[in-house]
Design a protein around this ligand. Structure first.
Ligand code: ADP
Ligand code: MG
Length: 296
């Protein structure tokens, strides 16, 4: 690549809010044939909100609020976006945040646990509860309905007994559907990757028009998933925003960070989309293709 054309390319990127770290990134970007998109915070706004809450002991019960208090006390200790949504919801229900959480533990990709007034409280995935031998059948049908609608369900247990579930919805970014369509038109295979469960992931993927989904991917497995695509012979770009995404961004042939995401994602990436608009991915690939065509 001639230095001048690369400078023009990166300059045009910058004008469009796309920061390209090196000449090499610009060259590699035109070889891409696969693009992996993180779900939460990349395709969606990443600001989930609680939409539903049911307990095993029925509705309109004072006990519902008591359980919500335990859940909120625990989630107050967590930095997960879902946790923030739960705390906001509890505040909106006038829950009193009095109480002490002991032995707090956040299990990445699974949930949180802690002890409040000698009771062990857990909030997390059905898979985690199944691993622990906590039965989830009584609320499975309700959870299925919520997940089919694209909501994330979090499960609540006290002392090894299921006591409730909560649904959280996150909205798609307005640009996501068009961006996915444009990427596919450019001839790229589009894949969605998420730690979320299979049903929720499938529903969101369908809404946004993505045919291939990798769901229930634990944070430490995200980079391995990129390797497996590379072993299929693919040239892979990964787009993500979170701490969890950083190893996958580093592993990908091109890592693309959402500018509104975490610092570590931005540092590990080759390209940063300042506004977080996925349209920037298309612009970057087009720029790269145009730059390289000029050189040849
Ligand atoms: P993502 O890739 O969507 O950001 P994570 O790997 O962070 O997902 O989490 C996977 C799943 O683990 C979440 O969808 C949620 O069900 C559960 N989980 C993680 N942290 C928490 C938490 N603080 N409270 C409740 N559930 C959680
Ligand atoms: Mg994310």
């Amino acid at each position: 690549a001639t230095p001048t054309s690369v400078m023009v390319g990166t300059g045009k990127g910058a004008e469009n809010g796309i920061l390209i770290k090196s000449a090499e990134s610009l060259e590699t970007a035109q070889k891409l044939n696969t693009i992996v998109l993180d779900k939460t915070g990349t395709l969606t706004e990443g600001k989930p909100q609680v939409t539903d809450y049911v307990t095993t002991f029925g509705t309109s019960n004072q006990n519902e609020l008591k359980l919500l208090r335990l859940v909120a006390l625990l989630e107050q200790q967590s930095e997960h976006p879902l946790a923030e949504a739960v705390v906001d919801y509890a505040k909106s229900q006038q829950v009193q945040f009095n109480g002490i959480v002991e032995d707090f533990n956040a299990i990445t990709g699974s949930g949180v646990q802690g002890t409040v007034s000698d009771r062990v409280v857990r909030v997390g995935t059905a898979r985690w509860f199944n691993e622990l031998g906590i039965k989830t059948e009584t609320l499975a049908e309700k959870a299925n309905q919520w997940e089919a609608a694209g909501k994330t369900v979090i499960w609540i247990a006290v002392d090894h007994e299921l006591e409730g579930i909560m649904a959280l919805a996150d909205t798609l970014k307005p640009s996501s559907v068009d961006a996915v369509k444009a990427l596919r038109t450019l001839g790229l295979e589009v894949v969605m990757m998420t730690g979320d469960n299979e049903k929720t992931a499938a529903s969101i993927a369908q809404q946004v028009g993505i045919p291939r989904v990798m769901s229930q991917v634990r944070p430490e497995q995200k980079a391995e998933q990129i390797v497996s695509l590379q072993q299929e012979g693919k040239q892979v770009a990964m787009v993500g925003d979170g701490i969890n995404d950083a190893p996958a961004l580093a592993q990908a042939d091109i890592g693309i960070a959402i500018g509104t995401g975490t610092d570590i994602a931005i540092t590990t990436s080759d390209i940063t989309l300042i506004s977080g608009d996925l349209q920037g991915v298309i612009t970057a690939i087009e720029l790269s293709r145009a730059t390289m065509t000029n050189i040849r």
